[in-house]
Design a protein around this ligand. Sequence first.
Ligand SMILES: NC(=[NH2+])NCCC[C@H](N)C(=O)O
Ligand SMILES: [Mn+2]
Ligand SMILES: [Mn+2]
Length: 300
Amino acid sequence: MKKNISIIGVPMDLGQTRRGVDMGPSAIRYAGVVERLEDLNYNIEDLGDIEIGSREKDTSPESNLKNLKAVAEASETLATKVDKVVRNGDFPLVLGGDHSIAIGTIAGLAKHYSNMGVIWYDAHGDLNTGETSPSGNIHGMPLAVSLGLGNPVLTSIGGYQNKIKPENIVIIGARSLDDGEKEVIKEKGIKVFTMHEIDRMGMATVMEEAISYLKEKGTDGVHLSLDLDGLDPHDAPGVGTPVLGGISYRESHLAMEMLEEANILTSAEFVEVNPILDERNKTATVAVALMGSLFGEKLL
Ligand SMILES: NC(=[NH2+])NCCC[C@H](N)C(=O)O
Ligand SMILES: [Mn+2]
Ligand SMILES: [Mn+2]
């Protein structure tokens, strides 16, 4: 992995309705992300937080997308920042914020990769559109948007469509999918390791398969989008949409270590840390510990 990491904070909470996830970047910084990665001999540049607009009173019934304008604006800003980091040859590490920020992250990244892989570590598929979403919350849509599905205001962020290919996506940890999302997965042939596969095969085999799958696709970059609700709520309680029966802390460390060994990642984001719902900053601390493993921390 590259030796320069640029951190971008995205205090976004407009992609869902629970307050507090806008404080995620602060909580992760407070949990010591910069020091942790500096100890691993990286040069860290913290670019600070991007600006987020305010909550919108009304949602247009046609679009069924809450805070569409503000989310779209922040996504453009983030895409520009991420683009710049990659152009500088640095590793972008994006701190959320709710998962809607992945729209901007991926829009900024995919300009540089014609065949980018994405690992979506999450309890959810985030494959809804305005039509299929049960909530109208954009944090349930970023993977669909990155595939070019959904409202053009979102799919055109960064000035181009279809950022990633369905066959280059691997979802890990899924255990809550809406009907419309299941259809997209089947129709597009998206690779999913649900909790069933993780239980059955073990995380080591799941990660081996995920990594060789992405290598076989000839990916020219791999982005990790890690939603903390992919972990079990016992290990990561500070999230807005917790789902029981998730990936353990240990399994997650193993997954990060295997990604580091495989040396395939070109960017990462950690999202959905909500300090208001958390227990003594546990979830942010878990996020930083996982980043430690992802960037090469070893006990001996
Ligand atoms: N990034 C997340 N936590 N997404 C949760 C999405 C929940 C649900 N599928 C929805 O569309 O509203
Ligand atoms: Mn999720
Ligand atoms: Mn998510």
